[in-house]
Write a protein that binds this ligand. Sequence first.
Ligand SMILES: CC(C)(COP(=O)(O)OP(=O)(O)OC[C@H]1O[C@@H](n2cnc3c(N)ncnc32)[C@H](O)[C@@H]1OP(=O)(O)O)[C@@H](O)C(=O)NCCC(=O)NCCS
Length: 143
Amino acid sequence: MEAHFKFIEHGSAHWEKAVELREKILRIPLGARFTKEELAEEKDHFQLVGFINDELIATAVLVPEQRVLKMQRVVVKAAIRNLNIGSKMMAFCEVFARDKNYHSIYCHARDTAVDFYLKNSYKGEGDYFDEDGIPHLKMSKTL
Ligand SMILES: CC(C)(COP(=O)(O)OP(=O)(O)OC[C@H]1O[C@@H](n2cnc3c(N)ncnc32)[C@H](O)[C@@H]1OP(=O)(O)O)[C@@H](O)C(=O)NCCC(=O)NCCS
């Protein structure tokens, strides 16, 4: 069961499936959806997905900010967590970022995901803050 990762086009059928997966995991439990404006803004972002065979099982979005990438909307399908798929996706992002000469990646990690980022050598910065009613920590990794 090997996951493979690739970048996809904003607005493509795979992007729509990725939005569906991350909406189900990150937004619907909070009683929210991605807004049209949020999804439209993503046209300038790098859209990453993971597949096992033909099934889309993971996704993340990388937002370019000068020489730094913000990683957001990171999810792995619930039934196949803790199998290192998320960490492989982090490694894929890092190879991409180094190739493009970004010097670091950062994210706003939900408190429940902080250990996952620590395991992937991200470091916490500052204090927890509220985002969407959930405590978050800024975490970053210099490449
Ligand atoms: C966070 C997430 C992407 C990790 O994906 P994954 O494929 O399970 O990650 P991995 O298997 O590579 O690593 C899991 C490790 O992180 C740790 N971990 C910490 N917090 C975790 C969490 N909320 N969920 C899963 N694992 C977590 C596990 O203990 C595990 O460590 P171990 O391998 O030493 O036992 C996935 O759990 C997920 O989609 N969570 C819900 C969405 C979410 O919170 N996204 C991040 C928003 S900031």
